[in-house]
Design a protein around this ligand. Structure first.
Ligand code: ARG
Length: 469
């Protein structure tokens, strides 16, 4: 039996090297279970349209179940690599024909690989979007739990901008900030799964629909789609959901890479804020003392690589005529590579994150270093009626003096400021905890607000849970 699904109109066999150039079998083997599912959907369309008898449909379904078993036990991969198949879709069709004999010859009636690929890719995207949502949800949940723990411990740390000490904050506040992108990622992934289920391209055939009376409703229903797609020409060339899936993964691991970068810095002895446990650290083959945060560095690198792959996939669509073009094969492999790598990267990130422990004393010492309470002092002046500009200048001068003296801001600086500003006295936070407690705006680092932030994150995560099932 030929490995190709076409050839009748050709006089000679295809060039072996061009065939090898065109195959996507290694990249799309991961689609095998989804292609079987898609094919079962098509059997429903054939049965519903009386294109095959109930008996033939049953034979096809049982052959497909046998292929599903071969996919599970790993033997199908060997089969798919044993002949020059163009793609996994052709390999499954060939195997069904081997198993089901004559009945197998009808599986492809009214179907093109164009609607088959589009449908199979959607089924895959829905599955991986759900897996991505679950991972993002787990990461956000873990970060919210750690935020709660650090809120109870009242751990403080220097909040930075430009990597320079800015203002004291609660570590819990930072951990909530880290959880937020993963709450959004979980919801973004859930949206991709929802968009994927909206409509089924199956039955669009090559581009124009079919003159066979395929029961597209039955197929859509069997596969869990809301309805059949509206326009066949659009459906065979539509890669929106595959691209959105890739985008959601790239966004999630780019977000992870930003936290990874922070933890890489924090684990350097110059900071010493965190220690990465032995299970997640690596050593040096030469320097015996080394302790390296490789998993976080790799998260960073995978984010960059995936962003590039995503740009490549998007580029593939640029100027591509509507309908199916073979270029679309490359969007398929890119979306798959990004999603598989994205899941592995999120998994590694989650495990490395769990291995991080905090040096709370070190953080507390750093929290007020670099005059991080200066803004509170200026705010105290403003609250007493001094203009913002004057307050900024007065406190700046006091900071410069303290820096020259090699000391922190002290009570006597407040007295001096009061005198200069012509006010009776000045009270202002000079330590991290007082500074943090003084914050009044919603969304701030004050303990009460961070407490609500954790509650809200948890409520949002709980509301996402039904969409993960
Ligand atoms: N291997 C292709 C893909 O995976 C399918 C080819 C479909 N159609 C065609 N006329 N070449 O996208």
């Amino acid at each position: 039996m030929s490995a190709l699904q076409w050839g009748g109109r050709f006089g000679a066999a295809p060039d072996a090297q061009l065939l090898a150039f065109g195959t996507s079998i290694e990249e799309d083997l991961v689609l095998a279970p989804f292609d079987v599912k898609c094919s079962l959907g098509h059997v429903e369309a054939l049965r519903g349209g009386k294109i095959v008898s109930d008996a033939e449909a049953a034979e096809l379904a049982s052959a497909l179940a046998a292929v599903a078993e071969e996919i599970r036990d790993g033997s199908f991969a060997n089969y798919a690599r044993s002949q020059p198949f163009e793609d996994v879709h052709g390999a499954i069709d060939a195997r069904v024909r081997e198993i089901a004999g004559v009945a197998g010859e009808s599986l492809h009636a009214g179907r093109s690989r164009n609607d088959q690929v589009a449908t199979t890719l959607l089924l895959y995207a829905i599955d991986r979007a759900q897996a991505g949502a679950k991972r993002a949800h787990d990461i956000a949940t873990a970060l919210a739990a750690r935020a709660q723990e650090e809120l109870e411990r009242k751990t403080v740390v220097a909040g930075c901008t430009h990597r320079q000490p800015a203002q004291p904050v609660l570590l819990a506040f930072v951990l909530v900030a880290w959880s937020e992108p993963f709450v959004r990622a979980a919801s973004r992934f859930a949206g991709v799964a929802r968009a994927g289920r909206a409509s089924s391209p199956l039955g669009s055939a090559a581009l124009a629909g079919s003159s066979l009376a395929l029961d597209r409703q039955a197929a859509a229903r069997a596969l869990g789609f809301s309805r059949p797609s509206r326009n066949a020409l659009d459906a065979v060339g539509n890669r929106d959901v595959a691209l959105d899936l890739a985008h959601a993964f790239v966004r999630a691991i780019v977000d992870a890479s930003r936290i990874a970068e922070e933890l890489i810095a924090w684990s350097a002895p110059a900071y010493g804020y965190v220690r990465l446990g032995d299970a997640a650290s690596t050593g040096s083959s030469l320097m015996p003392q080394k302790r390296n945060p490789d998993p976080f560095e790799l998260v960073r690198a995978h984010a960059a690589r995936s962003a590039g792959a995503y740009a490549g996939a998007l580029g593939t669509l640029c100027g591509l005529a509507p309908s199916y073009q073979r270029d679309l094969q490359e969007t398929k492999s890119a979306a798959i590579a990004i999603a598989e790598d994205g899941l592995a990267t999120l998994n590694a990130f989650e495990r490395a994150l769990a291995a991080v422990s905090f040096d709370r004393e070190r953080m507390a010492r750093a929290a007020v270093a670099g005059y991080t309470v200066a803004t509170d002092v200026a705010d105290a002046l403003i609250a007493k009626g001094v203009t913002a500009r004057t307050a900024h200048a007065l406190v700046g001068a006091v900071v410069a003096q303290a820096e020259a003296d090699g000391r922190a801001l002290e009570a006597r600086d407040l007295a001096q400021l009061a005198a200069k500003a012509g006010i009776e006295s000045l009270q202002a936070p000079l330590d991290a905890t007082t500074s943090i407690g003084a914050k009044q705006t919603a969304g701030s680092t004050s303990p009460g607000d961070v407490h609500s932030q954790i509650d809200e994150v948890r409520t949002e995560l709980a509301s996402l849970e039904p969409q993960l099932a």
